[in-house]
Write a protein that binds this ligand. Structure first.
Ligand SMILES: [Zn+2]
Length: 139
């Protein structure tokens, strides 16, 4: 399938499992075989206990917004129709933290619960997060 013109990831041996999982609608992080902590992205040893290696594990992709920014100026012409959009740091349930766009952008709030949203760009899949459900505390 052709790309929609958006710049996609440049994968390598460490990031390929993450991107391949997104293509099938799954979120994969790395788990330490010794201490059990999750981490993202994949690296050769645990940053918490130092154990070498690790295993890929599929997670729910749900989490909580730690912080976010709202962009009002597009980085590229391809994204001109997207502004304003929100990019958040998400603390994933079970551990690990990653960045992703929040949909809808106006729902981005610190502490908001999010779930994964898989956006197909033709030849790659982007992980965004959907914010706002009945359990959110927007106070
Ligand atoms: Zn560890």
């Amino acid at each position: 399938m052709a790309s929609d013109g958006r710049p996609g990831p440049i994968t390598d041996l460490d990031s390929e499992p993450f991107w391949a999982a997104l293509r099938r609608g799954a979120v994969v992080v790395q788990v330490c075989d010794e201490c059990g902590r999750h981490r993202f992205g994949r690296i050769g040893a645990c940053p918490y206990c130092g154990a070498p290696g690790g295993s890929d594990v599929e997670i729910s992709g749900t989490g909580t917004i730690y912080s976010f920014v709202r962009a009002h100026r597009a980085l590229t012409d391809t994204m001109a129709g997207d502004v304003p959009y929100a990019v958040a740091t998400v603390d994933l349930d079970g551990g690990a933290r990653m960045f992703g766009r929040i949909e809808p952008p106006g729902a981005a709030r610190i502490g908001a619960r999010v779930s994964p949203l898989f956006v197909d760009h033709g030849d790659w899949t982007e992980l965004r997060f959907r914010a706002g459900d009945a359990t959110d505390d927007d106070a």
